[in-house]
Design a protein around this ligand. Structure first.
Ligand code: NAI
Length: 505
């Protein structure tokens, strides 16, 4: 198939420029590499050719294909050498003034038909285009690192971008083997906006002393199926990249509470504990291997108390069945006997509030997160309240670990770890739909491919129940009085009918 753009210029041949150049050449375009650092374009060319050699070695590319790609990969000494390009993609330093100056100069060199695109991840496409004579041929083309493996690209229309330019860029993305998604020009576009919920809510949980980093990572991996916990992920991305993104999106949205960053990452960034690349982040790394702190052992309990389950527990019948399977002595009376361990399973509320409202003895009350079907998770999460007796906590821990499933015991908070993080992700995603930043379908595609979540955020909301998610948010808003937990109107409207329905309202 003939490529939509015969000749493609890449300005800035660092990590991103190289990746884009590689897939553009693989799509059959002639690619010209340009960098303002002496020798950088040649170095990039060699690196890309080495990538193709590797693919040939692994049997993933024909030798003839590699030879032809190499022949179509050229270097350009100056911007003037890009005069005949049909598309120019910029991947230079992330500075508005420098990008604006580059495109102003390119406009004096190329024809009026040449499409100009920026790979910016945090600047406004409209702002970069503001100085152009022909802003209609300018768009955002946001790839992810490493480009050949991250198969999604956001195509972003600035205020004046011609829709035909975006649709051609989307078609070209497909020719390069990528999946395009269309986004409005808003802070963080889709992926970096949708990704705000995961890390910021996890950081907030740590800042409240509810659980430590490793426990939160374990819970989100084992309960909700995330490949990497939020702290492992931040260690991998490094805080010098992720903390500024958190700050930038928060400020660009005029201090919207949903995106509020954390002092924890600000301090760690200042202290140089950036993550894997500095050998220490939330975890320590010895020879590149993460040092995982050991889990708390399951306590030995000589005599197990009887168990009483609150009539208001979520998934109550499943919880009773689980306790039966674990061999618990279950009390069935209206109220608990004086010896009983009392189990509550709230959504969004803290254990203390539940004990007070339901008039339970807080010293014997322990909570369990039942948002997700127990059969679908690899870990159970219990929460104490400040008055919970140690023997009751240990009994609950030992009881719920009887079948060998992992158990984490956390401290009281509004909402359990998974409830808080999942509800925040679903809420932010719903607000992206509310703002019309992209279609629900593109949102799901962008998040699964760009962030590697086990499910798109809307499908995640449907899996765990939109009304459950709403209940978590409403109750957390009550507990914390914090605007960050106010449910998006889109979520409230869709709550009853499901979030991932693709029909338009
Ligand atoms: P990098 O630092 O690896 O490469 C930038 C290259 O641009 C360097 O080779 C530099 O010499 C060259 N350069 C700088 N100013 C130039 C100019 N005026 N003219 C020509 N060349 C110039 O940076 P990286 O990571 O490749 O990022 C490039 C762009 O892509 C930035 O806008 C960044 O925000 C964006 N981006 C980066 C992602 C990442 O994960 N690294 C992901 C998505 C977007």
């Amino acid at each position: 198939m003939k490529p939509i753009y015969k000749t493609v210029g890449i300005v800035g041949t660092g990590a991103m420029g190289r990746g884009i150049a590689q897939i553009a050449a693989q799509a059959g375009s002639v690619v010209k590499l340009m960098d303002n650092q002496a020798g950088a374009a040649e170095k990039a060319r060699e690196a890309i050719c080495a990538q193709w050699d590797k693919l040939v070695e692994k049997g993933r590319m024909e030798t003839t294909a590699a030879t032809s790609h190499k022949a179509s990969l050229l270097t350009a000494g100056t911007l003037a050498d890009l005069a005949d390009c049909d598309l120019i993609v910029e991947a230079i330093v992330e500075r508005l003034d420098v990008k604006k100056a580059l495109f102003a100069e390119l406009e004096t060199i190329v024809s009026a038909q040449t499409v100009l695109a920026t790979n910016t991840s945090s600047l406004s496409v409209t702002a970069i285009a503001a100085a152009l004579k022909h802003p209609e041929r300018f768009a955002g083309y946001h790839f992810f690192n490493p480009v050949p493996l991250m198969k999604v690209v956001e195509v972003i229309a600035g205020l004046k971008t011609d829709a035909a330019v975006c649709s051609a860029l989307a078609d070209y993305a497909r020719q390069m083997g990528h999946t395009p998604v269309q986004a409005q020009d808003t802070p963080g576009f889709i992926v970096n906006h949708a990704g705000r919920g995961y890390g910021t809510e996890a950081l907030r949980i740590v800042s409240e002393g509810v659980a430590d980093f490793a426990t939160i990572d374990r819970i989100l991996r084992d309960q909700a199926g995330f490949k990497l916990g939020p702290f492992e992920l931040m260690d991998l991305t490094a805080l010098d990249v992720s903390h500024p993104v958190m700050e930038s999106i928060y400020h660009q949205y005029y201090e919207e509470a949903r995106y509020r960053p954390s002092v924890i990452t600000a301090q760690r960034l200042a202290g140089g504990m950036l993550g894997r690349k500095t050998g220490e982040g939330f975890y320590r790394y010895a020879d590149g291997v993460m040092q995982l702190p050991a889990e708390a052992p399951v306590p030995r309990v000589a005599e197990m108390p009887p168990v009483w389950v609150s009539p208001r527990a979520s998934r109550r019948s499943e919880l009773l069945q689980l306790l039966k399977n674990l061999g618990a002595k279950i009390e069935t009376g209206q109220s608990a006997s004086p010896q009983a361990l009392m189990v509550v399973a709230p959504l969004g509320f803290d254990i203390t509030t539940v004990a007070v409202v339901e008039r339970l003895d807080p010293a014997r009350t322990v909570g369990i997160d039942m948002l997700i079907d127990d059969a679908a998770t690899r870990r159970r999460v219990l929460a104490t309240n400040p008055a919970t007796r140690t023997d009751m906590r240990d009994a609950a821990h030992a009881l719920f670990a009887r079948d060998g499933k992992a158990v984490s015991v956390i401290r009281d908070s509004g909402g359990f770890v998974t409830q808080r993080v999942v509800a925040t992700i679903v809420n932010i995603a719903s607000d992206i739909c509310q703002q019309g930043i992209c279609s629900p379908k593109d949102l799901e595609t962008a998040v699964t491919l760009g962030l590697g979540y086990p499910l798109g955020p809307l499908a995640m909301g449907d899996r765990y129940g939109p009304t459950n998610v709403l209940e978590v948010l409403f109750n957390m808003q009550t507990v914390y009085g914090d605007q960050r937990y106010r449910p998006s109107p889109w979520l409230r409207r869709r709550g009853a009918i499901g979030l991932s329905l693709m029909h338009e309202e």
